[in-house]
Design a protein around this ligand. Structure first.
Ligand SMILES: Cc1ncc(COP(=O)(O)O)c(C=O)c1O
Length: 406
């Protein structure tokens, strides 16, 4: 049974308007109310995918019903709905709508940058050794254009030392491509320090924020990055097949779209002028994924971003970090090593545990048997609590983790 949480008065949020949610949260920071009952399961795996809020589920159902009765979908919806999402995403990261590319994944945004950036033979991209493949592969593919890729190392806790990056930059380095929060350790890169180093050296900083955006506040207007790309289906709690890229206007200007979408070209001309074959620079809208209206996904994601934005990313971050602290405080240090950094400014919503007494298979099976869902990455256990989790969820995980399986 699902609760109707946007019904007036049902959640203590009388208007159902996400911006009013902030007041509700101040009284009672219970985010579980916005999500479906998990039937006794504990989902500690947002780093893999986040659950869609109930309001987003209803939005998707509404969009499906519209498609069943297409006379209800006005032509204007094909542009208005993507624009509504674009504006919400811009607000969410502190940018402007004209800086947001709508995507279907992280890879959409990273590929359009890697393939769209003019490169000359001998140009170079600096990547991070052991980084997530989505952040590295689009640049490796540029070797066909003669561009080289070099790697800089993290330390064993996943920290990326800005000084090491500075030393690794070379005169032909055009781009530093990094993942903000590392999937394998949970270490968070210092975007400000990296950005300042890059910009002093005339290097673009392209950031994969998929393990951060939605859980970690960011203000792109005040952070020296050139691109921040994210999927929508993890910490942003959107449906699968969603993503976006924030691009600085200067970077957008540099990019060759490499493809052309008739509907993006149609914008501003109206559907009466379809056979005008002129191709114009449409800025970010010319870089959008094709069919950006994608009503079902767009409706659900718009709803999720609106909810999270209304709740406030600072509040969501504080809640997540309280849960992370509870986990770090109580996990048995004789049984597990916390792989990533534990200092608040260097850690994230991902806690990665290595077994001190050998492989973690026993603990993973016991967690699964107890209905506690985590990920195993590179032989380590990864727990990633988010806004819908509670202290009790962490305690259920701890109870299993701290009981050796002998
Ligand atoms: C750091 C990072 N980037 C990207 C992705 C997913 O990429 P995409 O949205 O292109 O499938 C993941 C998924 O786990 C990830 O952890």
């Amino acid at each position: 049974m699902t609760k109707d949480l946007t019904a007036p008065g049902a959640s203590g949020n009388p208007s159902g308007n996400p911006s009013d949610v902030t007041a509700v949260v101040a009284q009672q920071p219970d985010y579980t109310r916005y999500f479906s009952d998990q039937a006794g399961h504990v989902w500690l795996n947002t780093a893999h995918q986040g659950p869609m809020p109930e309001a987003a589920v209803r939005a998707a159902v509404g969009a499906a019903h519209e498609k069943a009765t297409p006379y209800r979908i006005p032509d204007a919806a094909f542009t208005e709905r993507p624009e509504e999402l674009r504006a919400l995403l811009a607000d969410f990261v502190g940018g402007r709508p004209d800086e947001i590319v709508l995507g279907d994944s992280t890879s959409h945004g990273l590929n359009l940058i890697a393939y769209g950036l003019p490169m000359r033979a001998g140009d170079e991209v600096l990547c991070v050794e052991g980084d997530y493949p989505a952040t590295v592969l689009p640049w490796l593919a540029q070797r066909q254009r003669g561009a080289g890729v070099r790697f800089v190392r993290r330390d064993r806790h996943g920290r990326l030392d800005p000084e090491r990056v500075r030393r690794a930059l070379a005169p032909r380095t055009r781009v530093l491509a990094v993942t903000w929060v590392d999937s394998f350790t949970g270490a968070a890169a210092d975007l400000r320090a990296l950005g300042e180093i890059c910009h002093t050296a005339g290097v673009l900083l392209v950031v994969n924020g998929s393990q951060a955006v939605g859980a970690r506040p960011v203000d792109v207007a005040a952070t020296p990055v050139d691109a921040l790309v994210s999927c929508g289906y993890k910490w942003m709690c959107g449906p699968y097949g969603t993503g976006f890229a924030w691009l600085s206007p200067a970077l957008t200007e540099l990019l060759d779209p490499r493809r052309v979408y008739w509907l993006a070209q149609q914008r501003g001309r109206g559907l009466e002028h379809m056979r005008s074959y002129t191709i114009e620079n449409r800025g970010v809208r010319g870089l959008d994924v094709f069919c950006p209206a994608d009503f079902l996904d767009t409706a659900a994601w718009t709803s999720a971003v609106g909810l999270l934005g209304g709740l406030g990313v600072h509040n969501i971050h504080a809640h997540g970090q309280r849960l992370v602290q509870r986990l770090l405080d109580a996990v048995d240090p004789e049984l597990y090593e916390v792989v990533g950094p534990q200092e608040p400014e260097e850690r994230s919503g991902l806690v990665v545990l290595a077994g001190r007494r050998g492989p973690v298979d026993g603990a993973v099976s016991a967690l699964a048997a107890a209905g506690v869902h985590v990920a195993v990455r590179e032989g380590n256990i990864r727990l990633s609590p988010h806004l819908f989790n509670t202290g009790e969820h962490i305690d259920r995980a701890l109870e299993v983790l701290n009981s050796p399986d002998d």
